[in-house]
Design a protein around this ligand. Structure first.
Ligand SMILES: [Zn+2]
Length: 317
């Protein structure tokens, strides 16, 4: 009997079938991947499946994803949307219990499912047979997901858009790029939180009293000063949040604050990588941070980072 709490699209299953039959069976290795979707009112919705492409190790009897790969995938979705399960293949095709859940699988599920009701673990034999498990309060149980053709997001999730722009200037006594990062990040995080404290929810948008502050682009300018540097940061974010249930305005605003902070931190992290070994004495440095856009062409909205044409421009002192 199908479990009314576990919903999965036919697309997920077809994808897992293809991935496991092509890669696992043809190359004789275990494959794994993730189920992406959302939790809503004690139910889980698996909308899309995504393969692991960067493995820490991968052989016939086991595989583990690079943690950074997993983090990249998790960060690519707006808050409240993301991993709701994992899948992997077993090599024992054709045998009757090829899709059993091993002790290792139990441990993995327990680690990931902790604190999240109905986190899914799907095991396939690479030949169209699969078993599905979820972790509940009293350990794991085998479930039969209800398979649907489509999970339309506008039916299940409330979308709120949010457009903000910030301009922050700080004098920083430190001169080297490593110590700059935490200072800039905490300055902008503080600014984001300050601004959102005055936000309101209007129809399907989180609105800030004053936007348009900033140059509309994402840049970080570092200027040498007599002592240390001056840092000017401009950030413009156009994003959206997706909430599974009717939330209070305060919760909606909190979610938008966190989403914007996530994006700012992601842009800054990228910039810091290209900042490299900047020394204040070398001149004025402009870093173009690129942008993050919400790609809504797939079954789930996804944040896509677009790098700038040119990362860094240094005007020598
Ligand atoms: Zn297994």
């Amino acid at each position: 009997m199908t479990d009314p709490r576990i919903h999965m699209t036919r697309g997920c299953l077809d994808f897992i079938d293809r991935h496991s039959s092509e890669e696992a069976v043809d190359h004789g290795v275990e494959v794994l991947g993730w189920l992406l979707g959302f939790f809503k009112g004690g139910q889980v919705y698996a909308v899309e499946a995504l393969p692991c492409t960067r493995y820490r190790y991968q052989d016939r009897f086991g595989a583990q994803a690079e943690p950074a790969h997993e983090a990249d995938i998790a960060n690519a979705y707006p808050r409240k949307i993301g991993m709701v399960g994992i899948y992997h293949s077993h090599p024992f095709h054709g045998s009757e219990d090829a899709t059993f859940h091993s002790h290792v699988d139990d441990n993995t599920l327990e680690q990931r499912g902790r604190g999240r009701g109905n986190y899914i673990s799907l095991v396939t034999d690479g030949q169209h047979r699969y078993s599905c498990y979820v972790m509940g309060r009293r350990g794991r149980r085998k479930v039969d997901p209800s398979i649907v053709t489509e999970i339309p997001l506008d039916v299940y999730l409330q979308r709120y858009s949010c457009e903000v722009a910030f301009h922050v200037v700080r004098d920083v006594p430190e001169e080297n790029s490593v110590s700059l990062f935490p200072t800039i990040l905490s300055a902008i995080t503080e600014r984001v939180e300050e601004s959102f404290a005055a936000a309101t929810v209007e129809k399907r948008a989180v609105v800030l009293p004053q936007t348009g502050d900033g140059n509309g682009e994402n840049t970080l300018i570092v200027r040498p000063r007599s002592k240390g540097v001056e840092v000017a940061l401009d950030i413009a974010v156009q994003t959206a949040i997706y909430l599974p249930s009717k939330e209070t305005p305060r919760e909606i605003i909190q979610c938008a604050t966190n989403e914007v902070s996530d994006e700012v931190s992601l842009l800054l992290r990228r910039a810091m990588e290209s900042l490299g070994a900047y020394e204040a004495g070398s001149g004025e440095l402009t870093l173009n941070l690129g942008t993050i856009q919400m790609d809504v062409s797939g079954p789930l909205p996804k944040k896509v980072y677009r790098p700038p044409e040119r990362y860094a421009v240094l005007r020598r002192a």
